[in-house]
Design a protein around this ligand. Sequence first.
Ligand code: ADP
Length: 607
Amino acid sequence: MLQSIKARLLAIFLSLSIFSVSIFIFSFLLIRNNEEKFMKVNADIDAINKSMLRDIKVTRDFFANETINSYYFESGESEYLKAHIKIMSAMRSGLKSLRKKDTDLGLELKEDCETLEQDLDLYAKTIDTIIAQINIRGFKDYRLEGRMRELAHQLEDLKDALGAEAVLTLRKHEKDFIIRQDDIYQIKFHLQANAMKQKLQADGGKRNAELAEIIDRYSSKFDSLVTFDKIIGLKSQQGLKKRIDKLAERTDHTLTQLLNNAYAKGHESLIQLQNIIIFFWVMIALIGIGICILLAQKVSSSIISLKEKMNEFISSDFTTRTVIPIKDSSYEIDVLSNNFSILEQHIVNQMRALRVKNKEMEMFIYRAAHDVKTPLTSLNKILERSKRLSEEPMVMEQLEKGNNIVESLKDILEELSLVRSIHAGTPEVTEIDAYSIVKKCISGFQAMKGFDDIVFRTNIRMQNGFFSDIKFIRIILRNLIENSIKYRNSKGGTPFVDICFEELENRMVKITVTDNGIGIKKEHQKNIFDMFFRVTDETTGNGLGLYIVQNALQKLHGAIKVKSEEGKGSSFIVYLPDATRTSSPAQRIIENKIVFPSRDEFALDYL
Ligand code: ADP
């Protein structure tokens, strides 16, 4: 089972990789195989072409050598003829293999192959015809020329009766024709033969008639020879010889055509093949992208749903469980959901326990404050009375100190009651008039020691209305301003306190209280919000002010951070959301990307 995202992604990646590598190898082999086949087709055509050229040469050699070779006419054997037959058979089998490859590869060269076959048949037949004609015509003592020469020799033997010059002239014309193939010699031959016959007829007699008949037969054989020479046309490059040359040329042209077509068709089908392969690659890429999108959607939808559940849980102040069903799966997001569910349960339990403890604590503080308050008031009264009874300055001084201690104890009790009332109270939302609140808060400290030395500066940059609980804001401001007055630096220049209200995005308000007082050491800054924490015991404070500020801010879903440098001053920055906003504090922080308190643990506790 592929449960983890990594395993799923890896599986998809691997299968796509294997698939594309296989397609790559397959396409590579297919293209190479086809290229090889096309090369073989070209090789076949080339072989036929070469055979054709060889045959042209062989037949030419045959015409040049065997037509004047007595041995050929005597035996009928010729190496050239044998070679010609072999070449023709090779060409036919080459053509057959070409046709097969054409059918296999679907190159559609059938028409060209048929034309070539027809050309070759005609070429071969014409060569057969010319050979047959050459064989009938013969040479010197063989066949037609042989029979004609027999008659010519008979006439030569009878040259005494016919006249040696006349017979020689007749033979000369015959030989001239054979050598030059010019019609004039045929005419001259007949003129001479006729002249000789006329003379014999004029002389009369049986013997002369026999001689005239020999001349006739000689003439007739000569005419046949002339006719054969013209049909064959070897010397004149006419007749069958001319036809063979033309057919060879035509076959050569057909072969060139075939080669061009084969190349074009091969190229075309390779391009087609490449296109098909590209199509497959694109499909694989698209499928890959599709699968990745689906997976991403599936993963992100689970994460989004988990995020929503988390926000829901945070919005409920970590009190209500979102109840994510526990899945028996090792899939990371399910594991995350399960862990969140467990965490949620744990937090809810802890929160419940904490709330019970808080309630108990509050009750304890309330009761303690209430129970201690009455004896303290009585003690105060006793001390006051004792002061009136004694005149002794030393006793008066001690009684005054005791009175101060009782007063500060009462202050502590009051502030503890304030903490309780903050916890118990629910914010009442009204529109805040920042200017008037700041003014009232400052004037509330008029009686405080050092107030008159301090320069108060107020900067209210609020355009829109801001809603919150006025009581809590007063508590926050009062404590921060009181500290600024309390911890002023009397040894430095003129002490000042700057109070600034500023609107942020998303209906948030930033309140800054800055002073040039004694400042806080870095190592103490993380503790100043703790209950009863004081930097030194020499201060007049009881260590509850900032704790109360923090509690009030908790109620308003706000946050605070401090920037301070010892000897230079401090700046307390408060972030407050508009109370009419609906989003949860955690969402606000995520959306606004505001860096909340620099004390990370506080931020964590708080959120
Ligand atoms: P306290 O009532 O003692 O002032 P707080 O909780 O208000 O208690 O403050 C805690 C401690 O933080 C103080 O004891 C003081 O040392 C320090 N502190 C708070 N505000 C300032 C300030 N503006 N300047 C210097 N120190 C401050």
